[in-house]
Structures are given as structure tokens and as C-alpha cells.
Design a protein around this ligand. Structure first.
Ligand code: MF3
Ligand code: CO
Length: 293
């Protein structure tokens, strides 16, 4: 199993290669946000993504992955992850998750991967308060988890907080806080998880979005993790459609996903797929990213 494989630790030079890939992913996200409007098809948005990757001289790590047919996963409303772009026309109020990635090659021809996702509403206004709470909680869960990892990488977290499952604790705590503040009971996906990333998109370790007894390895500089909470406005049960990809909620509730590729570096983290490296996202926690020069 993945979890028994050793975790690839990156040198500073390798993390800088991964930052190049991360910035391509950030550019795809920016182009997608710009292009999303009522009336656009998801296939047109895939073309936007493909174009950014090509112009950057990078490569898609989604296209052809187990024969996946596009450069981005576009998951609408009750679709949670792995929605395939096609003729579907986006409508105002649709809650849409875009998940995409890219890799670049270093001088030796080694691949260095980036992977990130965001959720947004089409047309600017959430259809319901539940959509807003779902989206904002998922985004907060991601940054709470990144902040927890940053403290651990900086050596400021002891015991269970210094281990990989600090991510799962952070996501569960964000969901619990929303239940308390808004009375909304959100579901945490268990069948899909985050992952290590580096010379391949999916590497050890599995990064769970819920707490478990086995706390996982100690978080330390050199690790690079794709942290990606996936929440639903209902239960955690999901099904895969007959297309072999699209994952939908069993109860028809809507879903959200936020993801960043995060490098653990001396003193904290560098959020490789955030344009600013994590400045804005970490500020509310009193933290700053630690970019490598
Ligand atoms: N990016 C997804 C993840 O976050 C994996 C997508 S697989 C693909 O792990 F085939 F759809 F690309
Ligand atoms: Co991922």
C-alpha cells in the first residue's frame, strides 16, 4: 500500500523546481476564474487550462492519467471530484470545483508536479446559504490544515500535532466549528484523500481528512503534500458514475474541494500552488510562508 512506501524528501533545489510547476497551476486557476460565466461549457474551460499549460511549456499530469481525457476535473454541484469536461453548460448559482495540475521537467528530464483545486460559484452569488457555508468551510479547513503543518514543520508542534494526521484533525475541527456556528452538518469524504507529491502526482503518504488513531509520520522539512479537504453539505457517502470517473454524493447534496501543494521547509511551509506562496492564506494565523530563495 501507498502508506508503507517511503516518503520522498526534496532538496531545496527540487522544491524550487516544484514551485515552477505550482506557479503554472496557479496561472491555470486564474485563467479559469476569469473564463467562468453562465453559458460557458466545461469543455471550453478545459481548453483554457490546456492553453495555459502549453504556453508555459509545461505538461498536464491529468491528461492521460489512467486514460483521464482532460487537463482539469470540473465537478458541478452534487459532483464531488473527477467530473469530466464536456458539453455541459454552466448556470448561475452552480457550485463548481476545478482541480488541475501540471508538471515541468528539470535539466535531467525529471518530472516535478503541482496539483491544486478550488471551488467557486458561477455568476458571483451563492444559490443558498448552505452553499456559502460549505465552500467557505472547505477553504478554511484547507488553510487551517496548512497552518497546522506549518507549525509542525517549524518545530512548534509537539506530540500528535507534529504528525501527519494533524491535517485530519484540522479538517474535523473546521467542520465541528461550522456545526456550532451555523448549525450546518457537513460530511467529510473518506474514500478520497490527499497525497504526497513530487516526481509523480500521487506519492506516499496518504493525507487523510479525518482523525485516526495511527497518527502517521512526523511532519518535517523536505516533505511536499497535496492537502485537499473534500466536504459535502450532507453525508460522506459517494458513488462513481458509469463514466468511470465522476464521483457524486449519494444523497444528492452539493460538495466542495480546496487543494494546495504545500512544501514543508525549514521554519514552516511554502504553498507552491498559491501565487503569493501563502502570504494571504497564512496571515490570519499569524504565520508567513518561508519561500526558498
Ligand atoms: N488531482 C486529483 C487529486 O487531487 C487527481 C485527479 S486524477 C485525474 O489527487 F485523472 F483526474 F487527473
Ligand atoms: Co491532489
Amino acid at each position: 500500500m501507498l502508506s508503507r512506501e517511503t516518503i520522498q524528501l526534496k532538496t531545496p533545489e527540487q522544491v524550487r523546481h516544484m514551485r515552477r510547476a505550482g506557479l503554472v497551476v496557479a496561472d491555470i486557476h486564474a485563467a479559469l476564474r476569469e473564463a467562468v460565466r453562465p453559458g460557458v461549457t466545461t469543455a471550453e474551460l478545459d481548453a483554457v487550462s490546456a492553453d495555459v499549460i502549453a504556453r508555459a511549456g509545461a505538461h498536464s499530469n491529468f491528461l492521460g492519467y489512467y486514460d483521464y481525457p482532460a487537463t482539469v476535473c470540473i465537478s458541478v454541484n452534487e459532483e464531488v471530484v473527477h467530473g469530466i469536461p464536456g458539453p455541459r453548460v454552466l448556470q448561475a448559482g452552480d457550485l463548481v470545483t476545478f482541480d488541475c495540475g501540471a508538471y515541468i521537467l528539470d535539466d535531467a528530464g525529471t518530472q516535478w508536479h503541482g496539483d491544486a483545486a478550488f471551488t467557486m460559484v458561477v455568476g458571483g452569488s451563492y444559490a443558498t446559504d448552505t452553499d456559502r457555508v460549505l465552500d467557505t468551510t472547505t477553504r478554511r479547513a484547507l488553510w487551517d490544515a496548512i497552518a497546522a503543518v506549518a507549525r509542525a514543520a517549524a518545530g512548534q508542534a509537539s506530540g500528535r500535532a507534529g504528525r501527519l494526521n494533524a491535517v485530519g484533525d484540522a479538517v474535523e475541527a473546521a467542520v465541528a466549528q461550522t456545526a456550532e456556528n451555523d448549525g450546518a452538518r457537513l460530511g467529510i469524504l473518506e474514500e478520497y484523500v490527499g497525497h504526497g507529491i513530487g516526481t509523480a502526482m500521487h506519492m506516499a503518504p496518504d493525507v487523510l481528512n479525518y482523525s485516526v488513531r495511527h497518527r502517521g509520520p512526523r511532519l518535517r522539512p523536505g516533505m511536499v503534500l497535496a492537502i485537499e479537504p473534500m466536504l459535502t453539505a450532507g453525508g460522506p457517502e459517494v458513488d462513481e458514475l458509469d463514466d468511470g470517473w465522476t464521483v457524486v454524493t449519494r444523497d444528492g447534496s452539493r460538495a466542495a474541494q480546496w487543494e494546495h501543494t504545500v512544501a514543508l521547509v525549514p521554519g514552516g511551509v511554502w504553498v507552491l500552488t498559491a501565487p503569493d506562496g501563502g502570504v494571504e492564506g497564512l496571515a490570519p494565523y499569524g504565520l508567513a510562508p518561508q519561500p526558498l530563495d
